[in-house]
Each structure stands twice: as structure tokens, then as C-alpha cells.
Design a protein around this ligand. Structure first.
Ligand SMILES: [Ca+2]
Length: 228
């Protein structure tokens, strides 16, 4: 019994010390025009399992209130990349520190959709068959894609920023800043304020493996005692 308690404690320690997600908050109301909460990021939760990376973009209102809101993610996965803009859709959005290597653009019209673009060193190009998917909730947009598509593996760290926009505008709200913004097509630079995320092993699976190994060991000892 004592050993089972120790195994349980080990599993608890593992799952609490190695979260498979990171949560970043953003100010509410920093997109200042009233009535456009679906453009106002309240936070972003990034998570992964062994194959898939997921961005949960939380908003102050339902992203399907209108069909024209757009949700973007800039990713700095390797040295180099686009440091000056434009982003993958030609908007004046940049990551001057680290450089943007991948760009996710998602849209709420045409039944919703998303695409991944990569910086070749001189231009943005569409990644065909990226496996990216988009889902919506009452106050969220969820973007998921295989981490392998981004050239990432468990243990890798990347930097990112999340933006809301619409046709004819640049950044209306960004995860990286709580500076108040209104409608604009001004250049935006994430600069040094990008968030970072490290892809971790799926803790629940590892916890189960540890627990399973412990129980197998207990059973083996029990059989030895009874001579089975
Ligand atoms: Ca916000």
C-alpha cells in the first residue's frame, strides 16, 4: 500500500510540474470601439499532445457574430525569418526579433477556414496539405495543426504572437500588447514581446506509463512472495 501511495504521489508530481499547456492573458477592452468583442483577445492557451499543436484564442465575444473577423498567428520557430513584414497575407505585421517563419491565417466566412504559410527567405508561400484545422466556440477560435508541419518536435521551443484583424486593417488586437487600439492599417511589430512555448511530452500518457509500470512491479513482487 505504501508503495502504491508513492507511485500515486510521483504521478501527481509529474502531471503538476509538467503542464502540457501554457496560458497567456491579454487585457479586455484594448480594442477600444464598443460592440466588437470578437476582435478583442482575452487570452490564448497553447497546448500539445504527441503530434498536434493547438492554439485556443479566447475572445470577448462570439467570433461568428459577424463573418469577417480574421485571426492570425505569427510563429518564430528557427533563427532567421521575416523580420520586417509584411505577414503571409501582405499586412504590415512583423516579428523584428527572431523573425516570423510561419504564418497562420484563419477566417470566419465561407464556413470558416485556415491556412499555413512559410517564409522562404524572400517570399511567403502556402503550405499545401498542412493539416491545419479551425473550430469555433461561443467565445473562442481553436487552431490545430501537426507540429511536424512546422518542423517542430517535443522539446523544441518557439515564439509566437496572435493577432485579430479584418479586411483593410492591420492589427486590431495582439496578444503581445495591451496598448489600446482602434481601426487602423498601421505597421505592427511584435518586437521583444512575443510569447514562447515549449512542446512537452503528453503528461497524462507518461503518468499512465509510470503508474502502469509501478503496478506491474507491485504485482511481480506479489507473485514472488506467493511463489507463483
Ligand atoms: Ca485584448
Amino acid at each position: 500500500m505504501k508503495r502504491i501511495l508513492w507511485i500515486g504521489l510521483l504521478v501527481c508530481c509529474w502531471t503538476t510540474s509538467s503542464p502540457a499547456f501554457t496560458s497567456c492573458n491579454d487585457a479586455v477592452g484594448d480594442f477600444t470601439p464598443s460592440g466588437f468583442g470578437y476582435l478583442d483577445i482575452t487570452g490564448v492557451v497553447v497546448s500539445n499532445d504527441l503530434t498536434t499543436l493547438t492554439f485556443q484564442i479566447h475572445l470577448a465575444a462570439n467570433p461568428l457574430t459577424v463573418d469577417w473577423a480574421k485571426y492570425l498567428v505569427g510563429l518564430d520557430t528557427v533563427p532567421g525569418g521575416n523580420t520586417t513584414g509584411p505577414d503571409g497575407w501582405g499586412k504590415p505585421i512583423s516579428m523584428s526579433e527572431g523573425g516570423m517563419d510561419y504564418f497562420i491565417g484563419s477566417w470566419m466566412n465561407f464556413g470558416t477556414g485556415a491556412e499555413l504559410r512559410t517564409w522562404t527567405g524572400s517570399a511567403w508561400t502556402l503550405v499545401s496539405g498542412s493539416g491545419i484545422s479551425v473550430a469555433t466556440g461561443p467565445s473562442s477560435v481553436v487552431l490545430s495543426l501537426p507540429m511536424g508541419t512546422l518542423g517542430l518536435n517535443v522539446g523544441d521551443t518557439f515564439r509566437f504572437d496572435v493577432y485579430t484583424t479584418s479586411d483593410g486593417n492591420a492589427v486590431l488586437d495582439a496578444l503581445s500588447t495591451s496598448d489600446p487600439r482602434s481601426w487602423n492599417n498601421n505597421p505592427f511589430d511584435t518586437g521583444s514581446q512575443a510569447r514562447s512555448y515549449t512542446l512537452v511530452p503528453e503528461p497524462n500518457l507518461l503518468g499512465l506509463l509510470i503508474l502502469g509500470g509501478g503496478l506491474w512491479w507491485q504485482a511481480r513482487r506479489g507473485r514472488r512472495r506467493t511463489g507463483m
